[in-house]
Design a protein. Structure first.
Length: 212
């Protein structure tokens, strides 16, 4: 794969959309909670759930750790699948409390690959969620692969849509410099392109990538 093509895609998207300022969140902890809640829903619903936690002043590790799971489920209800997500959130908080004394700062000190392995062993955290926490909450240089990224790249014949998550991730690891800011911005631009143009039914004629 010619890395010039990946860089060209980035430049065209950035020129068209500008900086995305993603991931929204006031603290690394809030970003990590958002990454878990955003599974199978849109960001608007996640914001409502997070605002519920903020209103009740319980958007912190200790408060969620001490809270009964059914109360947590009722607060995050807008995010959908709230009973499942409450258990997943609890599992993550247990991990944070047990291994890092409830501190995202302590978690951030751990080496990326070792931490990724641990995150993937937490109930309900898959590759995309783990990598979102690593990149967006902890500033670790890892590229997040999601449905939008796969769709854009496969439609431009860069990688087949059915290739593995690891294969897509390797593409970025080998083609781009390790840069948290670049990875952050590029992934956010894929999301924007996927939502606006590279939809299941694409709007290719208006897409900034139409001539790639």
């Amino acid at each position: 794969m010619d890395n010039k093509k990946l860089i060209s895609i980035y430049k065209k998207l950035f020129k068209s959309f500008g900086p995305q300022r993603w991931w929204p969140g006031d603290t690394p902890f809030e970003v990590a909670v958002g990454a878990i809640l955003t599974q199978n829903t849109n960001w608007g619903n996640v914001e409502k759930a997070i605002n519920n936690l903020k209103k009740e002043k319980v958007l912190n590790a200790k408060a969620i750790h001490d809270m009964p799971v059914n109360r947590l489920a009722s607060l995050i209800r807008p995010a959908g699948y709230f009973n499942i997500k409450a258990k997943r959130l609890k599992a993550f908080i247990d991990f944070l409390m047990n291994d890092y004394h409830g501190s995202m700062k302590n978690m951030r000190k751990e080496e990326m690959h070792s931490l990724r392995k641990k995150l993937l062993s937490v109930n309900g955290i898959g590759t995309e969620t783990a990598d979102s926490i690593l990149l967006y909450a902890l500033d670790k240089p890892i590229f997040v692969i999601d449905a939008y990224t796969k769709r854009v790249l496969s439609r431009h014949n860069i990688l087949g849509h059915d290739e593995t998550y690891d294969k897509f991730q390797e593409l970025f690891r080998l083609s781009l410099k390790k840069d948290v800011k670049l990875y952050n911005e590029y992934h956010a631009l894929f999301v924007r392109a996927g939502k606006e143009f590279c939809k299941p039914k694409p709007r290719c004629e208006e897409c900034p990538l139409r001539n790639i």
